[in-house]
Design a protein around this ligand. Sequence first.
Ligand code: EPU
Length: 423
Amino acid sequence: MDRFIINGGNRLKGKVVVEGVKNVILPMMCAALMADEGVTVLKNIPKLRDIKVLQMLMAELGAESSYDERERSLTINAARLDRFVVPYELVKQMRASFLLAGALLGRFGEFHISLPGGCAIGARPVNFHLSGFKKLGAEVFEEGGLLGAKTTRLAGATICLDYPSHTGTENLMMAAVLAEGRTIIDNAACEPEIRDFGDFLKAMGANISGQGSPTIIIDGVGKLKAVTYTPIPDRIVAGTFMCAAAVTSGEIEIENVDERDIRIVMEKLINMGVVFEKKPGGNILVKGPERLSAIDITTTPYPGFPTDLQPMIMTCLSCADGVSLIRETVFENRFVNAAELNRMGAYIRVAADKAVVVGVGRLNGAPVMASDLRAGAALVLAGLRAQGTTTVDRVYHIDRGYENLENRLQALGADIIRGVDSG
Ligand code: EPU
């Protein structure tokens, strides 16, 4: 297993370019399986482990896909897709593989997928997905560790989600686009990725409106076609580099970032003392102050503060001036990082969904362990700030969602290398 070895203390300076967003590329790859002829081409695609795992899963089902590293494009041909049983060995590596459910139900009226199970950040059930599938006319069952659904005909329905689940909304959008009649998804997730996913389905020939708002209206169509599409930039990667500038008192110019999608994060960083400059052409220059100020944040679904950037903000606040309160309302177990940060000299106390962060003057390098993707990125930021050497184990979590993180940080002046974790 790989690990990062970081000698902290350098101020980061330079430019980064943000890639297409993983959390819409994955559903787009699944939706591409609903086109029974032609080749789907996705552009500006980063080289990520999650994308590779989904490609392997799609191959198990009979679809062909290939990633062109030079062109940064992914092609998918689902003409020969002829299976709808998704095996456990790959599903267990990536919860997002449950997105195959909506696509397979849409295309074949049937799927069998291993139960995705819990993960480090919470239990993450799929009950909202399943009750939506039922509303669309599918019979849902569980046998031998597999979740299954079957129907001879998907029919449009009104679905009110109990909570605006991100992948739940995407799964139901996929099942509904090929259903007969009108589907209304109320209390839908509003994330920019949902807006972009709806635009992608529309390009494929779906009749859909309201994507990105709490009410999505879909009129079923008979067929979808393969298309060429460029997904929106990754707001969480952009936000991670903003936090990297903030925590190292650095100066980072970010290319390919949509300010509209990350406004609340920028607002919070401004309150912490970070300065943003809009460059001609749309790049954003981020300047970290000498000392950050404490703030309070509460994570909520979009347009609220994203849970995926909460761990990075926690790192920043751990060395800010004053006391901050973080409230995490989306996942029940997303403060695992606090204990690792405390081992680096931070002072964070967690009680249920709240964390009190008392800013300390300095962090000290220490061996720490990434427990999930975003927690891992946040520990890398802590290592960049800390005095001395930090080793971050279990880098495979970070590789799921950040392309070549160490090389990009090196280019900004960080002292970080990839080594081998002996444990
Ligand atoms: N929930 C249920 N039942 C369901 C679905 C969700 O109780 O059927 C609960 C979850 O347990 C959680 C909350 O609802 O407490 C929100 O979960 P949601 O369904 O919105 O999350 P998700 O779709 O599983 C996506 C992203 C996550 C991101 C969340 C929140 C993908 C592949 N994953 O997960 O991304 O944190 O939305 O924005 O899009 C990451 O990239 O690191 C990551 C974890």
